[in-house]
Design a binder for this molecule. Structure first.
Ligand SMILES: [Zn+2]
Length: 145
């Protein structure tokens, strides 16, 4: 790790002649976060036109993943009796209406859920209602019939 740090410091000398470690780590973390967002939710500065997935496909298009990730704020969207879950790790793209029950892979039916929220650890029948404004989430518990 030390060699990598030295190498990065040397490559950034034109920007930071002193080799300030905090600047190197800040840039490294920014690059890592960008890479992870790209892997996890298809984040990109130049999105391609989305192909429409077949209704019988479990595949969640990258455009849907990006929309859901942005809408849910990169955080579990599950809302239970104690409010909204704040988990940011172990997130999955969850079909609210299960795929097997005909749930589509669109933003209306997909939300971010942590692993715990997708298992039986949470009560069945509660979910989140989202605002129609992009990026805003107004969670409240609803009961499904
Ligand atoms: Zn959760």
């Amino acid at each position: 790790m030390h060699q990598k740090l030295r190498y990065a410091q040397d490559m950034l000398r034109h920007v930071c002649p002193t080799g300030d470690v905090s600047l190197v780590f800040d840039r490294a973390l920014s690059a890592l976060i960008e890479q992870l967002e790209k892997q996890k939710c298809g984040a990109t500065s130049r999105p391609r036109e989305s192909r429409v997935s077949r209704p019988d496909s479990r595949h969640i298009p990258a455009a849907v993943k990006r929309e859901v990730w942005r809408r849910d704020g990169g955080c579990c969207a599950f809302v239970g009796a104690r409010g909204r879950c704040s988990e940011r790790g172990f997130l999955e793209f969850h079909h609210v209406v299960p795929f097997a029950a005909g749930g589509a892979a669109n933003a209306k039916n997909i939300e971010l859920r942590c692993r715990a929220a997708t298992t039986a650890a949470f009560p069945i029948g509660a979910s989140v209602v989202k605002s129609t404004s992009p990026g805003l989430v107004s969670p409240r518990v609803i009961q499904r019939p």
